[in-house]
Design a protein around this ligand. Sequence first.
Ligand code: ATP
Ligand code: MG
Length: 895
Amino acid sequence: MRTAEIKRRFLAHFEANGHTVVPSAALPAIDDPNLLFVNAGMVQFVPYFLGQRTPPYRRAVSVQKCLRTPDIDEVGKTSRHGTFFQMNGNFSFGDYFKEGAIALAWELSTKPAAEGGFGLDPERIWATVYLDDDEAIDIWHKQVGLPMERIVRRGKADNYWSMGIPGPCGPCSELYLDRGPEYGPDGGPDVDEDRYLEFWNLVFMQFERGPGTTKEDYPILGELPAKNIDTGMGLERVAALLQGVDNLYEIDEVRPILTRAAELTDKSYGARSGHAAAQSHPDDVRLRVVADHVRTALMMIGDGVTPANEGRGYVLRRIMRRAVRAMRLLGWQEGPVLPQLLPVARDAMAPSYPELATEFGRISQYAYGEEEAFLTTLKQGTTILDTAVAQTKAAGSTTLTGDQAFLLHDTYGFPIDLTLEIAAEQGLSVDETGFRQLMAQQRARAKADAQARKTGHADLSSYRSALEAGGPVEFTGYAEAARESRVRALLAGDGSTLSVAGEGDEVELVLDATPFYAEGGGQQPDWGVVTVGGGQVEVHDVQQPLPGLVVHRGRVVRGEVRAGETGYAEIDVYRRRAISRSHTATHLVHQTMRSFLGESATQAGSLNAPGRLRFDFNTPSAVPPSVLHDVEQQVNEVLLGDLEVRAFVTSLAEARRLGAVALFGEKYGDQVRVVEVGDYARELCGGTHVARSGQLGLVKILHEASIGAGVRRVEALVGMDAFGFLAREHLLVARLAELYRVPAEQVADRVEQTVAQLRDAERELEKLRAQLVLAGAGSLADSARDVAGVALVATEAPEGAGGNDVRTLAQEIRGKVPASRPAVVAVAARSGGKASLVVAVNGAARERGLDAAALVKGALSGRGGGNADLAQGGGVPAAEAPTLLAAVERLVASA
Ligand code: ATP
Ligand code: MG
């Protein structure tokens, strides 16, 4: 039975029994800050189980895409763990309980295949229950008819469920299938979890638990008012059972990848392994790792994860790297291997997930780009690591130092897990503690740097008391440009508190309320003036060193400023407007990029400064100029549409429902501010914006470039700056057209022609120069002087002779001296303020022991190179050219 059919039957069975079919959530677990990836079917229903929301149905069924990073080390070694897998689950919210859950699971598992069930042999099914769950035992034994020998009581670690925090909890009951003695010893799940394969877990949410110190140690507070059911059936595990294969890497959705990997590396999979997982040959384990990881990478990128150095992206990176490494260990030596494997994974999975086929262009771009980058890293890092390994062994040690691992990581981008793996293959361990300490130190340094930049001084205590003295500072700048407010605190540049500051002093001001926008969310701070009594402060920076605390930094330009007095704060409206234009433009560029490049082109950073913006976004490869041009055009059309820009505060859930774009990795509270430009762009944002898109005037995209793996940067000008740029370009073209005396459209052609002509002329010139230089060769040969029986020509090359010319000249002169006469030719040349020397020695002179390389080195105190008949060197000041020639003469004379 194919996997897709098992999935279909599962949904049909529960739908027929009153369950609402709910689609899978995407793999990234975006609503749970503690979870990177959805790891069970119940994750998307958590708010229902916790009673935070009322479910719109009492019974639900789903096939959930899951990812379990902790299982990564099991992959290939057991028969039942994938990193990616699909969990089929049925859920009851205060509806049926143990009896219903057990009966529904039993029915589907054992109903004959011809009647729409899975047709598992009831005689081979075992069930586990929690120690004291006699209720479940009764149902299994008395209602289902399972014999007591096949019902096993197990402890809290295996058969008790909670979310690790106070809330619902309860006993579980799991279904196992006995796959027979060729998979392991008798005795049930307690003895062998490979022979007895768990395929379905039924969780009975029955009690409420309190806080606890460990996973198993917490008090049970009492019964839940409404009891729930949460089950998980491993789709791949059932597929393995029904397809009669040993493990989940051999099912229809995975096996084609494995087969392809085996073909590519010339391995015959399974030839040297037994049925049981424990009898696997290492190559077979590697093939399974490849198959699993390639499929997982496909599913992750399909759901919008992109490779990165932390978080979800790092999990993806690690998985892809492991796949590539496993292929190398299997003997694959050619270049990139994912182009051979990923399409196979796509073909296996697309029947269930058609979007993988339609999105494959984007998915493969990321995957292939990542592999290319990794292969480069691998090449560099491996050389360094090999050296480190050799050194370690030579020193008689078995541990790579933390320093070495850190250097590999920090300088060569070599991931620590890879260092661990390669070291282990060499029988070495790694001082991981040392490594982690160095990492922590580095992080601390980076953090302190960032903090110091933000706060100006590392000591936050005066900021804390300023915050405590009056609570969060109210920001009023969305609506007004100036306001009166009390000076809550006055600080000196070093963070100490002041009561008064005088003219020329650099100060920091905290007001109770302010129209000044503090730098944040990529938006530059406001500038302006705060007048207090007779004093005035010019504000040139505004920061938020603590959440809710706005600090104005500036210089007292007039009079005295006192803490506690009421002041008048006024922003530079001209600057603010220019910044707001940039910020609105950034939203438009972001939205337009997404519509051209796909949802995954998400913002990775931005800068909104007066008149210009910078926008970083995730995308695997360069954006073609034509696309950039289209983006620019569309953005400007939106400006002409003069859409209304509106900001409002709403709940996070409502914002999501409206499709507002949230920035990846940002933390949002329950209430969020949404900024929308007409119906065109909608984004969570705390920044300031224009009132209508028409106020932007003009947006000009300047260029696009890479600023790191998978991250590109676009820069653009807005408003008058954009206009000024275009006007300048226009003037430039007009001037060129005038110089060339052609219409503007023909300037480019003319430049091209001119460049080509110039190149031809240069070539001609070079030829002539060489001829000129060589023309003198005959007379120079004739002028040879006899030095100790050797014909010596020592001369300076004509001015302007290039390196090649000089060499050719020396050889030409040598050729003009009769071969029977020993000859040494030394030509010195001056160019670029330096002198160089070429020496040519003929055969007769070489027989007398003269050596061109030795002569050059002799004249240049060891520098230079070549061989016995022709050598050269240089690099001394031009004025030394005659000295070089004299030195050669001396050497010849004394030879
Ligand atoms: P195991 O002990 O075998 O790791 P588990 O107790 O972690 O399983 P559950 O958390 O109960 O499993 O998940 C419910 C079901 O999901 C399991 O019965 C199994 O069929 C399936 N499952 C769990 N982990 C994986 C995995 N890594 N790969 C494939 N299927 C899995
Ligand atoms: Mg597990």
